[in-house]
Design a protein around this ligand. Sequence first.
Ligand code: PGA
Length: 247
Amino acid sequence: MARKFFVGGNFKMNGTISSIKEIVNNLNNANLDPSIEVVIAPPSLYLLLVRENLRPEIEVAAQNVFDKPNGAFTGEISVTQLKDSKINWTILGHSERRTILKESDAVVSQKTKFATDNGVSVIWCCGESLEEREAGRTIEVVSSQLEALKAENPDWSKIVIAYEPIWAIGTGKVATTEQAQEVHKAIRDWLKGVSDKVADETRILYGGSVSEKNCGELSKQPDIDGFLVGGASLKPAFVDIINCKKQ
Ligand code: PGA
């Protein structure tokens, strides 16, 4: 089965009403390759603004969601509230949340299970630190993050995996095409342990300093099915990344 190429934009904790409206207008007016699935993730405060103003074929994602129904959970957002607001996606397990907010593999997996069971699709992130890579532990680290997810038995049809080496995020140091393809292939092989169908159908995105300059080569790799773009998703060049297959 051909996997639909997917480009996500992760705005992180960036933007204002005016700068986010500008990004939305830019996307609304752009000539986008219709064969690409595009999802953008603004800060939660701006989710509705974006959903109400963005062209309908582009989906909107939260950057986090909680794993309990509505209730006494100060500061959290529920899956029900996302769906009520027509936000059909969320990012989970981003390395900034794993490291700075100390979210464990178990917490990330439980949130992923809850979201997918309740109708919100997940851009699920994994990746190794520089120290882990240098110690030759990349595949081991990513596999153990995946094992924690598998233990929750989530709905894999609602999951897109983003492989994001931590040392490549926001640093300008993109993984080489060989480094990225090697890990993507290892993830695909690991997914065969879930099922051949899941291995065949799950999109595996690369994230970490993706730009309009490096996206073309990366997109040609057999196991790279798209990108999760941080810094460059705030810039007009995001359109060139979405259209990378046409370059
Ligand atoms: P970057 O971020 O493109 O700015 O490196 C990617 C991400 O963290 O998702």
